[in-house]
Design a protein around this ligand. Structure first.
Ligand code: NAD
Length: 249
């Protein structure tokens, strides 16, 4: 029996990296999946790789109306929601002395406001016993230079998830977060850094990981499957680090 048979899952940031790997795995496990992303062309391109019952919805998570649109489209297509995976995020680095209001707003609008507003829109449509997942990061547990605002944004989501866990308890909705360590996804190419700097940064991260390497999107997707499935029926309110041990040493 497939682990997510007939469950309806909404995934933000689903056209790339962790979100895409999770969408593929959820489809394989029998879920109906709503893949959301900011760019239509990217969603159209990945749609060609997918099989199963899915729709795509273009939505910029930093915009309130787009979060409402995403949930409306989901309800129109599938009625209810069982799994809400709020995964979209950006990680542009900036030294603390050069942080601007625009840098702060961009990161917090996408990484914090987005998941909070999507949750609000989705809650009336999430089945009792459903599952909400956030992609946080181990950066809120360890300090990486240049990632101050990004780290603060992920810490904010972790705190938000704790309160949400309590607020939805009467409905049996489980709320969990996944904190990836360094994962090989396109996010590094979007940081606005030269390739050689990214390569050096990558080597530095990998050297610090007890397992000595980057993780893959599929390794995060496996955790997203476990947490969304009945196998995790007594797992609630946690943040699980999938990081090769980096945050633990
Ligand atoms: P990615 O760049 O491949 O995916 C990010 C996704 O978010 C993309 O689909 C992108 O289109 C989407 N997105 C960005 N801004 C958006 C917006 N305004 N509206 C809608 N969608 C938007 O990178 P990824 O590594 O797969 O990132 C997924 C999540 O994992 C992010 O929240 C990121 O912070 C987190 N994370 C990644 C790592 C890592 O090493 N890759 C580590 C820790 C946490």
């Amino acid at each position: 029996m497939s682990k997510l048979q007939n469950k309806v899952a909404v995934i933000t940031g689903a056209n790339s990296g962790i979100g895409l790997a999770t969408a593929k795995l959820y489809l394989k496990e029998g879920a109906k999946v709503v893949l959301s992303g900011r760019r239509k062309d990217a969603l159209d391109a990945v749609s060609k790789e997918l099989t199963g019952d899915f729709i795509t919805v273009v939505a910029d998570v930093s915009k309130a109306e787009d979060n409402a649109h995403l949930i409306n489209e989901t309800v129109n297509a599938y009625g209810k929601i069982d799994i809400l995976f709020l995964n979209a995020g950006i990680a542009p680095p900036t030294p603390t002395t050069e942080v601007t209001e625009a840098h702060y707003n961009e990161i917090f609008d996408i990484n914090v406001k987005g998941p909070i507003l999507a949750t609000k829109e989705a809650l009336p449509h999430i089945n009792d016993g459903g599952s909400i997942l956030f992609t946080t990061s181990i950066v809120s547990q360890k300090g990486f230079d240049g990632l101050s605002v990004y780290s603060a944004s992920k810490g904010a989501v972790r705190s938000y998830a704790r309160v949400l866990t309590s607020e939805v308890k009467s409905r049996g909705i489980r709320v969990n977060s996944i904190a990836p360590g360094p994962i090989d996804t396109p996010i590094y190419g979007k940081m606005g850094l030269p390739n050689d700097v990214i390569e050096e940064m990558g080597k530095g991260f990998a050297a610090q990981v007890p397992l000595g390497r980057f993780g893959s999107s599929e390794e995060i997707a496996n955790a997203a499957l476990f947490l969304a499935s009945d196998e995790a029926s007594y797992v609630n309110g946690i943040e699980i680090e999938i990081d090769g041990g980096l945050s633990q040493i």
